[in-house]
Design a protein around this ligand. Structure first.
Ligand SMILES: [Zn+2]
Ligand SMILES: [Zn+2]
Length: 244
């Protein structure tokens, strides 16, 4: 009579449980949710504006917008260009509720961030997702930035604060507006609840896609006026300039 009759069976199941790539469905030989070939083909953002991460022809440059006015936020960490297949993946996560895709992207962003921390980038004290307005929240049912922040928080062992910033004014969709119109649209859209919580902290603002950077800039200004020591921005993807 065997003492542990189920062990062999369980090992057998575990061996059969082959990991497949979430993007191409091929078998992966690592613990990563995507295969090495797919990971290397992602649109990695290399050359970027040193302030706002706008794609640039070479590294070490500052874009025209940041030359006119330096953004209030500090370091922007964004692994990818908003290009295929990242654009499709973000859309499926954000608008079709495909959470395993969001989770995968958050894990990869977490790996990028951990690598940067190991290289000397200062770890923030807290992650704050860009909030959705109540109406948008009711329509969509979830805030994709908050989900990203929670997943990142668990990967990086950092606290997440979803209470301090509120979107107090419903703003029309930002898509299709130029930078000036976005700024008008955003003015007074956000407010701080219990701003003393922010005093002296290093915040990382979390969003899915950085478009013009005006939302992040507006929130960073608000947080810094409440005494935040530094506000960085972590997001999945950066769009190029609209005319590019
Ligand atoms: Zn693959
Ligand atoms: Zn810039």
């Amino acid at each position: 009579m065997r003492c542990q009759p189920h062990n062999g069976h369980q090992v057998y199941i575990w061996l059969e449980n082959v990991q497949t790539c979430l993007l191409c469905d091929e078998q992966t030989d690592s613990l990563s949710p995507i295969c090495i070939a797919c990971e290397s083909e992602l649109p990695w953002l290399i050359d970027q504006c040193e302030h706002c991460a706008l794609p640039m022809p070479m590294s070490g440059l500052t874009c025209a917008q940041c030359l006119r006015r330096t953004p209030a936020f500090g370091d922007v960490i964004v692994p990818w260009l908003y290009d295929f297949p990242i654009d499709t993946l973000v859309t499926r996560f954000k608008h079709q509720g495909k959470w395993p895709i969001g989770r995968l992207l958050a894990e990869l962003l977490g790996q990028t961030l951990q690598h940067r921390f190991d290289e000397g980038l200062q770890r923030p004290d807290v992650l704050i997702p860009v909030p959705l307005g109540n109406k948008r929240m009711r329509q969509r049912g979830y805030n994709q930035a908050a989900m990203l922040a929670r997943w990142l928080g668990s990967v990086l062992q950092l606290p997440v604060d979803e209470k301090t910033i509120r979107r107090v004014k419903e703003t029309p969709a930002q898509q299709g507006l130029d930078a000036k119109a976005r700024k008008r649209n955003l003015r007074d859209a956000f407010a701080l609840i219990e701003p003393h919580r922010i005093s002296g902290t290093h915040v990382a603002l979390i969003d899915d896609v950085l478009t013009t950077g005006s939302t992040a800039d507006m929130i960073a200004r608000l947080l810094i006026s409440a005494g935040a020591r530094k506000v960085d921005v972590y997001c999945l993807a950066r769009t190029p300039k609209p005319e590019d």
